[in-house]
Design a protein around this ligand. Structure first.
Ligand SMILES: [Zn+2]
Length: 185
């Protein structure tokens, strides 16, 4: 199924490197309009209260029943901090204040960028959204590690628990393969 140019209306798009560009894209050879398909941003938060971490249990496919941090795709028209707060609200019914960035995590194979903040609970109505079947606080020793699906989320939780013990929190930037934890002075 060829895709058609949304600018001039009826020309099928061509796949290739447009003049002066660096990457292959779908573009219209009639009007020159280029369709840019760039990575998606997923915003979320790690929230601690009295030594417990907030996790959500997925209620919709894929991976129903696994636990993860509240996070989801950023929408048009919002900042990444607003996206993180909105995702936490939608999935957990919790109002939060985003404090500091905690992990800026690139996933090149799936063209995704995770931006996970530390956040502080302001209020919680105790409900969960339709994509979430349960929301709960976990002490580190009670985290159901076998039900944490994403290695990146596991790494974030493990690092948070280790850094909490030391009382000093870094900011990770990188991917699964390489990255650095930055500590502010
Ligand atoms: Zn066109």
């Amino acid at each position: 199924m060829p895709k058609y140019c949304t600018n001039c209306g009826n020309s099928p798009l061509t796949r290739g490197i447009p003049d002066g560009d660096t990457h292959a894209r779908d573009y219209c050879s009639a009007c020159g309009c280029v369709v840019y398909d760039n990575p998606k941003v997923i915003a979320g938060a790690i929230i601690e209260q009295d030594g417990r971490l907030l996790l959500c249990q997925r209620g919709i496919p894929p991976r129903v029943g696994t636990w993860t941090l509240p996070a989801g795709f950023m929408e048009h028209g919002e900042s990444v901090e607003e996206a993180a707060r909105r995702e936490v609200w939608e999935e957990t019914g919790m109002d939060t204040e985003v404090t500091t960035p905690y992990s800026i995590f690139s996933v090149p194979p799936t063209n995704e960028l995770y931006i996970i903040y530390r956040a502080r609970m302001l209020a919680w109505n105790g409900t969960s959204g339709h994509e979430t079947q349960a929301v709960d606080w976990f002490l580190p020793e009670d985290i159901p590690w076998e039900l944490i699906f994403y290695p990146a989320i596991r790494q974030i939780l493990e690092r948070y628990i280790a850094e909490r013990t030391k009382g000093s929190y870094g900011i990770y930037t990188g991917s699964m393969e390489y990255g650095n934890i930055h500590f502010m002075r």
